[in-house]
Design a protein around this ligand. Structure first.
Ligand SMILES: Cc1cc2nc3c(=O)[nH]c(=O)nc-3n(C[C@H](O)[C@H](O)[C@H](O)COP(=O)(O)OP(=O)(O)OC[C@H]3O[C@@H](n4cnc5c(N)ncnc54)[C@H](O)[C@@H]3O)c2cc1C
Length: 429
């Protein structure tokens, strides 16, 4: 390894981290990528993993495969969860080791925000990682199996009552996917369940779905969800949940033992020793127009974890979207490669979209907003080309085509991890 190259450590191999790795000049920087997982994930399709629509491996890409391309340039991948950053001594502490850096880039994204509601993280299902999506998938499938053999009407209905909290894209997409299962799968595969006994309710605090999108998209999403037999309740802000009853701010209540929480995110947080960052809205790390962390030398932040208010069109910060993370990473690579901070970041907004079951989606582009079948085809195309790895794209495409025509059940198998042997680190925790 070359001694004169600066050591650039990237925390997080998500959209921002991976794009930075790809674009950075490896003849100038010795790069180490740290991630708590040894794979890159594709969050926009977590809801399809959770509803058994696709295989988790299809939306995951091994970070070691990526790093392998640049091994001769000294690029390394280290598995670890970053705990703290010592900005004085330029060291990153993970749960496994301490790594020195010349430049550090924080691209660790976001996690669930439970807004301080007591015990919520222990009671609700979430969709912020592949693992969380798999947990939800297994629970939904387990309930369908149990309901098929449950003779007591009340217990059966209780098992089949699903509540989704949050009417943003993730909430709409997962509610639509469960609605789709109710509509198309139950009669075919679980003939002993009367699908009228399955209830899906989406509760949203504001007066419309997809609040960041065009009004027309919100109305279409509501119509599509209603077609899939999803009840949508507006103006409901969840205040508490005890595992059975949801209490809302307006005094209304909902009963469910399977609540899917999609209502908030906050940034992944670390301890900082020495210089401290400034935090903005949503506890995002404040950066300047070059993604340099304000108040800390040689540290940068990219993507969801950062907030930049210098872009004139987005003076309250950019939306937390994959395109922002990708474009920021490319811009930072450009500046670092030139070793001059000349090019400030300007977001090129390519639009947003959400899907609601098969054949239906909503797409907001700069000058046009549309829904229905062609929006769904656009949604599928964009997501397919964005998945990493040709093999993954092919697998997901085959899965989609196969299940479109056959409603195939091969992904609705319940695989549970063994508890044996009981001396593994996971079982000891
Ligand atoms: C369910 C869901 C659906 C979404 N749908 C869309 C969509 O349709 N379109 C869109 O544009 N955006 C969507 N988003 C948002 C999009 O995924 C994010 O904007 C994007 O992933 C941000 O990229 P990032 O690189 O900042 O963070 P991420 O892609 O989240 O990457 C962060 C990486 O850091 C790693 N990490 C986290 N903490 C640590 C730690 N302490 N130590 C080491 N590693 C760590 C993680 O494992 C991960 O690999 C969705 C998000 C979710 C959760």
């Amino acid at each position: 390894m070359s001694k004169e190259k600066k050591h650039l450590v990237i925390i997080g191999g998500g959209f921002a981290g991976l794009n930075l790795l790809r674009k950075i000049d490896k003849s100038k920087y010795r790069v180490t990528v740290i991630d708590r997982n040894n794979f890159h994930s594709f969050p926009p399709l977590f809801y399809q993993v959770a509803s058994a629509g696709i295989d988790p491996a299809g939306i995951s890409y091994p970070l070691r495969r990526e790093v392998h391309h640049y091994m001769k340039d000294g690029v390394r991948f280290n598995l670890g969860t970053v705990k703290s950053i010592d900005t004085e001594n330029q060291r990153i502490v993970t749960d496994n080791e301490v790594i020195d850096y010349d430049l550090a880039v924080i691209a660790a994204g976001t996690t669930n925000n439970f807004f301080g509601i007591e015990n919520l993280q222990h009671l609700v299902y979430t969709l912020k990682s592949t693992g969380e999506a798999l947990t939800l998938r297994n629970e939904v499938l387990r309930r369908l199996e149990m309901a098929s053999i449950e003779p007591d009407d009340n217990k059966r209905r209780e098992m089949l009552r699903f509540v989704v909290v949050g009417g943003g894209p993730t909430g709409v997409e997962i509610a639509g996917a469960i609605g789709e299962m109710k509509r198309y799968i139950i009669d075919r595969e679980y003939p002993r369940i009367d699908k009228k006994e399955i209830s899906i309710t989406l509760i949203e605090g504001s007066d419309r779905l997809l609040g960041t999108m065009n009004q027309k998209s919100s109305e279409l999403a509501l119509k599509y969800l209603n077609n899939l037999m999803v009840d949508v309740e507006f103006g409901k802000i969840m205040k508490s949940y005890d595992g059975t009853t949801i209490e809302c701010g307006d005094g209304s209540q909902f009963t469910s033992s399977l609540v899917i929480w999609t209502a908030g995110v906050t940034t992944v947080s670390f301890d900082f020793d020495g210089q401290q960052p400034e935090y903005g809205r949503g506890r995002r790390i404040v950066v300047d127009s070059f993604n340099r962390v304000k108040g800390i030398n040689n540290v940068f932040a990219l993507g969801d974890i950062s907030i930049m208010t210098a872009d004139p069109q987005f003076n309250e910060g950019h939306p937390q979207l994959a395109q922002v993370a990708i474009q920021q990473a490319k811009n930072l690579a450009k500046n670092l490669n030139k070793e001059k901070f000349e090019s400030s970041f300007k977001y090129n907004d390519k639009g947003t979209m959400a899907t609601v079951g098969r054949n239906r989606a909503v797409v907001d582009l700069k000058h046009v907003c549309f829904g229905g079948f062609w929006a769904w085809m656009t949604w599928m195309f964009i997501h397919l080309i964005s998945i990493l790895g040709a093999r993954n794209r092919l697998t997901v495409l085959i899965n989609w085509i196969w299940s479109y025509f056959t409603y195939g059940s091969s992904l609705r198998m319940l695989f549970e991890a063994s508890k044996m042997p009981d001396n593994t680190p996971q079982n000891k925790q």
